[in-house]
Structures are given as C-alpha cells and as structure tokens.
Design a protein around this ligand. Sequence first.
Ligand code: PEP
Ligand code: MG
Length: 690
Amino acid sequence: MVEEELRVTSRLGLHARAAANLVRVATQFQSNVTLERPDGSVKADAKSILSILMLAAGRGTHLRVVANGVDELDALNAVVDLFGREFDEIEVTDEEQARRLHQEHRFKGLGVSPGVVLGRVVRLQDGTRNVYRARLEESDIDREQKRFRAALRQSRRQLESIKERAERELGRGHAHIFDAHLLFLQDNKLTREVEDYIDRERANAEWAAKVVGDRLLSIYTEFNDEYFRERGSDIEDVVQRLLANLSGEDRAYPSFFEDSVIVSPDLLPSTIAELDLGHVRAIATDAGGWTSHMSIIARALGLTAVVGLRDFYHRTRTGDHIIVDARVGAVILHPAEETISAYNFGSDTGATLTEENLTDAGPLLSKDGVSIVLRANIELPFEFEAVKRYGASGVGLFRSEFLLSRPGLMLSEEEQYEAYRSLAVAAGDEGAVVRLFDVGGELDRESTERPERNPALGLRAIRFDLRHKEVMRTQVRAILRAAASGNLRLVIPMVVDVNDVKLAKSVIAEEQRQLAAANIEFSPVRVGAMIEVPAAVLTAEKIVAEVDFVELGTNDLVQYTLAVDRGNDAVAYWFRTLHPAVLYGIQRSLNAAREAGIQAIVCGEMASTPAYSVLLVGLGAVDLSMAPASIPRVRSTLSRIDVKQAREVAATCLECATAMEVEEIVRTEFEKRWPGVFHPKALPAKATEE
Ligand code: PEP
Ligand code: MG
C-alpha cells in the first residue's frame, strides 16, 4: 500500500469534470485507489465519480490518496501528476464564462415549417414524468433488473453520440460534460443501488431509478457550494434520460411566456397538439426530419419549426432569447441587438414573418390549361376549419390515428363517429378520405412484451389493424355510419400487395353486412390503398384492379425505397426525396392508376413543396394533397408553370443516377424555363459533402 497527502489547488475544486478525469486515470490501474479526508471522516473510491463528488472537495481541501495493489506505485504517481496538472482542466475566468454563456450562437438544423420568429426559450423534455410505484412478484425481479440494464445501455448509446458530436464541433473541453454523464451511468453506486432497490423493495425500475436518483440529487443540493449544486442538474439529466428510456409516461408542462419557443430534444406529435398555442410561437428540436410527424403537425398548425439541431437543447436555459429562422433552417441563441435589428422584426417582438398571403380558392389550371386538384392533409379536428380557409378541395388524407392522443387510449365507436361526421361536414362536397389507423406497437404498449426491434418494419398500419380486429372493426363501423352524413372514403395504409387489400376489404364488407342486419344507418364507402412501399409500387398493376383509388404516400416511399429512417436526423443526408428511384416509383404507380382508370392522389410531404409539386405534375400527378398552409404557395406556383415543360424536365430527371443530379437539373431547368417563379431558397440547395 502506498499513500500521499495532496491539496486540491484547482479553482473549482474536485467537481464533475475534474472527477471524471480522475476516474479516467484511476481506472487505468488494477490497484484500488481511494481518496480520504486526512481525519478519515470521508472516504471515496477514485474509480467512482459519485463517490468522489461526495467528498465535496473544494479548492484548498487536503486529501490522502491511497493506492493498494499490483501496480500501486504507478497508480499513485499518475494520480499525483493529475493533481499537479489541476485535473487537466481548461481554466476559464468568470468573465469569459459569462461572455461565452451570453454570446450569440448560431446552430444549423432543418427548417420544416416556415416563418421567422423572435422569442424566449421554454425547455421541454419528454422527461419530467409521473413515475409510478409497482410492486413486483419475486419472479419478476430478474426481468425488471434486465429492463433497467437495457435502459442503461440505451442511455449510454445516446450519450456517446452526443459526446462524439460535441467533441467534433466544440472540442474536448466541452465534450467532457458528457463524459461525466456517461460515468454516472457506469457508476456502480448508481447502477448497483438501483438494482438492489428493485430486489429489496420489489419495485419497478422507474421507481427505483427515481428514488436512487433523488437521493443522490439531495446530496448535491445540500452542498454549500453553488457550483456543486448546479452539477446536480447533470444527475437529473441522466436520471431523466433513464426514465425516458424506461417508460413513455406523459409529463407536466411548464408555464409559457407569451412568445415561447419550445426547445426540446424531441417532441411527440401528441405533445405538440397539447401545447398552449396561444403562446407558443415556434419549435426547435434536436431530433426530427422533414417528414417526422412532429414536423407535419408543426406545419399543419402554422408553427415555425426548425428540427435536427442535434444537441442544442443542452445549450439553452428557459428564458434565453432566441431567433428561429426556418427559411435557412437555423436558430440563433442570445441574438445580439444588431442581429435582431437586421431581421427587422419591428416593435412586436413576437412577430412572425409569413411568406405568403392567403388566396381564395377556385379551379386551379396550369399555365397551359391542365386542371390540378389540391386537397388538405389533416391530422386533428381543430384543423377542419383550415380546409375552407386555404381553399382546399376537401380532405385528401385524414390521419385518423392522431385522434388517439395517448398510447393505449382507444376511442369508442361513438367518439370516432362524431369525429368522422364533423370531418365529412367540414370537407363539404369534395369529401374526405379517412385513413385506417396507421399505428405501430406503441399503441399496444400495455400488452407488448418488448418494444419491436424495428418498428418501421414491424406490426404497423394495416398489419396492426388486421391483428387487432376489434380496433379495426370499431373504426370501420364508425366510418361507415358517418358516411351516411357526408362524402367519406376509406384508405388502407401501407399495403404490400393485393392480399392486404383483400383482407381489409373483407373486414369492411363484413361490417357493412352487420350494420345492415342490425338496421343501423350507414353508407357504403369507396376503398383505396396507400402505395408507399416498394413492393406495392412493383405490384401496382394488381393493386389498382382491386381498389377504387390509390394514394401515394411519398414520405414512406422515400423511407422504404432508400432504406432511410424518416425520423432519424443522423441519416437525414440520405433522405433524398428527389432520388431517381423514388421518382421512378411515383411514375410507375401513377401510370398503373391511369391505365386502370382510377384516381391517384399524391399525399406525402413532397406535394407541399412548390418545386417538388412541379416535378410530381411532370410525372403525371393531377391530384395533390398537402398541409393546408402550403396550399396557397403550391397553387400560385402551379398556376405559373406549363405541365408540358414539367413533363420534359421530369423525363430528364428519370434518366439520372443520383438525387444530386436530379437536384441540379431542378435548380437549373426551373429557373431557365420559368424565370422568377421560384425564389432561390425554394429550390433544392446544393448538396454538401456528407
Ligand atoms: C406518407 O407516408 O407519405 C403519408 C402520407 O403518410 P404518413 O406521413 O402519415 O406516413
Ligand atoms: Mg405513410
């Protein structure tokens, strides 16, 4: 055994980052290394970050370092050196720290819903959850501990990727904080205590993590040291992450400013739907992509949104000033006065600059006289009013699953009937297409043993519906009954071939028989299929023979054709709507529908983008459905282009080998053929290297 007494000389003492460095050094040796107060009152394991932090060793504290084992001398020397180097910390003065904290900072993301907003940050994490206590059977303890370990692994993976990016973009100094988070996760004190608690108290993992986390947190908050108290938020972050990964409870909302900008790691669509829209001006999230449902809802609500900002959330504090500029897909934290004036927000600090004025409806004809129909995609009942306001020809897609605001919460037939009836009324003569629930395992969380390994390829959409016949039958009955009071159609999501169509149609036919037998008022509906996976594209000729119409879901078609998860910002570079393979799929499906003499509605987000809508028309589409707020912009664009020329451009694009080639053609040809119609920002940006 060897030992040495040392003094902590670094300005901030042995705080989280310094402790993390100490753990890193101590764990390189086999020997046990401990730190003790010289009077022996507190002792810490130098390989445990929590244990070290509990020493609360501020600047000037004397500590005895004891090493014991085969390489004890080397271990002691390494620790002594580290003390001498003041734990390898980069010293930053208070002034510098304050300056950095309030310095203007620009972060790049993806603008998914238009507008430019100046407001104040309200942080919202899917973390402040209601944690419940469950009493376990003896036989469940092992499973519960495994569940906890799985959440640990998942949290670790998430933190590792955050850290990697912080290292890449901000340098080692800033990435250290995530080292500390990772070490908390690996620390025996946390993990063993939670597992012991599960065992001893027969408690569920959420409860155990919360109790142990709160206990550690209270140690921090008792410290008579501002810095240590603040570091408690690191533990809180980690515990919240663990809880988020363990469960999907809903959470309490913070109070909003009148100019709130929600900043969050991620937002569930149902969360956005529940926000106080009188106050929320914009959304900025770490995760997400153009077609994640969160973005779709933001567009539908007319809420400015920038997503895919990676680890932006961690840089913000509630109350910080922020500009969200969706035109260039960026946010500016702590904007300087000059920046704000350059934006010219005027005296109203919450001003939103909208790019379009609304125009009235009327038949839409392209410049060369081709008639094109624009419909609305709707998610929530309060959007019904937007159908008229934006001059949509009815509802091309009602994403009915948004009626189910919480996992496990199913609506009764009566509740659904009421919703579909008001939809039919709002849609008017043009009618509405109700999609059968497009949900996955998350709706069935109660009875699902484990989350699916690959939800996008799992029991989703029509597969889920066919497996949960009661859910499907209830919905079909509600649609058939509501169809008696208006023009409703029904569409089957994510079919892979004609077999899915036949199975769904037989359920519909059976429900019609039952309603007729029971003398309940209903109306038969036309049935369509969504073409959104490559298998359906490649067998489209067979599918169109079985249905009354088809809808092309371009969001999923891109996802499945290119094998890119539509909600994963790490692969956003590969989510290329204009990939020739996608264009080919669209053309093939449209041709199949035309030859069979049935209608084809293109209803993914592609239709909402003016430049893309021109290509769709060039590929043969004459019926587009989009976020209502996008209708005026698409309408004005399509009325100024010639379909004949759009066809020529589309034909050239189909010859391309890559998305970049198509994007280049769109950039150059559109400006050449229709000068001034497209703002340069409305055309695909030049691709940057991955
Ligand atoms: C699509 O996939 O393009 C579509 C319209 O449906 P959703 O975005 O709801 O999957
Ligand atoms: Mg889809």
